[in-house]
Design a protein around this ligand. Structure first.
Ligand code: AHM
Ligand code: MG
Length: 334
């Protein structure tokens, strides 16, 4: 029988590769893993218990908060606070940064940005949702952390990952040495290594975007969509269109099968919809570590200056050849 490696064991093994590491990052990843299992348990009850639907409040993005958005946010923040390895959290659900200033957290080395429940509008209809997280070493040396600690470019991330709550639940993360995926085995309550050293195919046949917004897309994206739809045996076109509407799930599929995901600017959202700090950056880090590419159509996502915690950015992400092709159309027509 094949040996099972749990997320906890894997993290400890990896830490041994860095003899001077003190285990703080390992513990932080463990805390995120624990919170995600609690969130997963609640998501699995959606429909049974009284946990689907809206809270009745609007978050900082002007979006209606779901009961599970609020629940997931509380779980991740309390796990990070109790774990003591994180000094500050930025969350999609909170307008301001959350400074963790209890005795153990205030001198912690790391700061974390999360989208606790991405794609939550899909919850009510039993479609996959996700969590994204991005971890930085703080810049300030001691005492309470502040906003500058999290306003760092994506290139400075020390770790990032996502959890996809799909037909099975998976946690995928990188610390900058490749990408590994773990599937939650519900019978033992552990994430187990199922996808070691994930590499995204150089190219693919899937394009993912909300084509309902076609009329509002930049000319380069419109032309790229038409390119995807033209018949050409040499490049296996026409490509297949797949759009779940949960970025993590769309991205996870494209990571495994090859493909491109695009959320461009539109007339009403000149910088696109997705948030740089806790959606684009962690996913860009993962995809680059898997051998793919992520840009805003012109510039590498990880190089973009971060000035606001809820800053939005357009994103073109996935298999390198497909992203490069879309960028060619952007350069020519947009
Ligand atoms: P959310 O963070 O409020 O859930 O919004 C992000 C989600 C992404 O997961 C998804 O890809 C996108 O919004 C879908 O947006 P649209 O409905 O405009 O296509
Ligand atoms: Mg989101």
């Amino acid at each position: 029988m094949a040996k099972v490696i749990t997320l906890g064991q894997f993290i400890i093994q990896k830490q041994a590769d860095f003899p001077y590491a003190k285990g703080e990052l390992s513990r932080l990843l463990r805390d995120i893993g624990i919170a995600s299992k609690i969130v997963n348990r609640e998501i699995n009850k959606a429909g049974l218990a009284d946990i689907i639907g809206d809270v009745g409040s609007i978050n900082v993005q002007g979006e209606t908060q779901k009961i599970l958005d609020v629940y997931a946010n509380e779980q991740f923040i309390s796990a990070l606070s109790a774990g003591g390895e994180c000094a500050l959290v930025v969350s999609e659900e909170n307008e301001e940064v959350i400074i963790l200033n209890n005795d153990v957290s205030k001198n912690a080395k790391y700061v974390v940005a999360i989208d606790p429940l991405d794609g939550s509008s899909n919850i009510d209809v039993n479609v996959a949702v996700g969590t994204t997280f991005s971890i930085f070493r703080r810049i300030s040396k001691e005492g309470e952390a502040d906003i500058k600690d999290i306003l760092q470019k994506g290139t400075e991330q020390v770790a990032a990952g996502y959890i996809v709550y799909g037909s099975s639940t998976m946690l995928v993360y990188t610390t900058g040495c490749g990408v590994n995926g773990f599937t939650l085995d519900p019978s033992i309550g552990e994430f187990c290594l199922s996808h070691p050293n994930i590499k995204i195919p150089e190219t693919g046949t899937i394009y993912s975007m909300n084509e309902g917004n076609y009329v509002h897309f930049p000319e380069g994206v419109k032309k790229y969509i038409k390119y995807c739809q033209v018949e050409d045996a040499a490049t296996s076109r026409p490509y297949t269109s797949r759009y779940i509407g949960s970025m993590v799930a769309d991205l996870h599929r494209n990571l495994i099968k090859g493909g491109v995901y695009i959320y461009p600017s539109t007339a009403s959202a000149p910088n696109g919809k997705l948030r740089l700090v806790y959606e684009c950056n962690p996913l860009a880090f993962i995809i680059e570590q898997a051998g793919g590419r992520a840009s805003n159509g012109f510039e590498r996502i990880l190089d973009i200056e971060v000035t606001e915690i809820h800053q939005r950015e357009s994103i073109f992400i996935g298999s390198t050849e497909m992203v490069l092709k879309a960028e060619e159309f952007m350069a020519e027509y947009s």
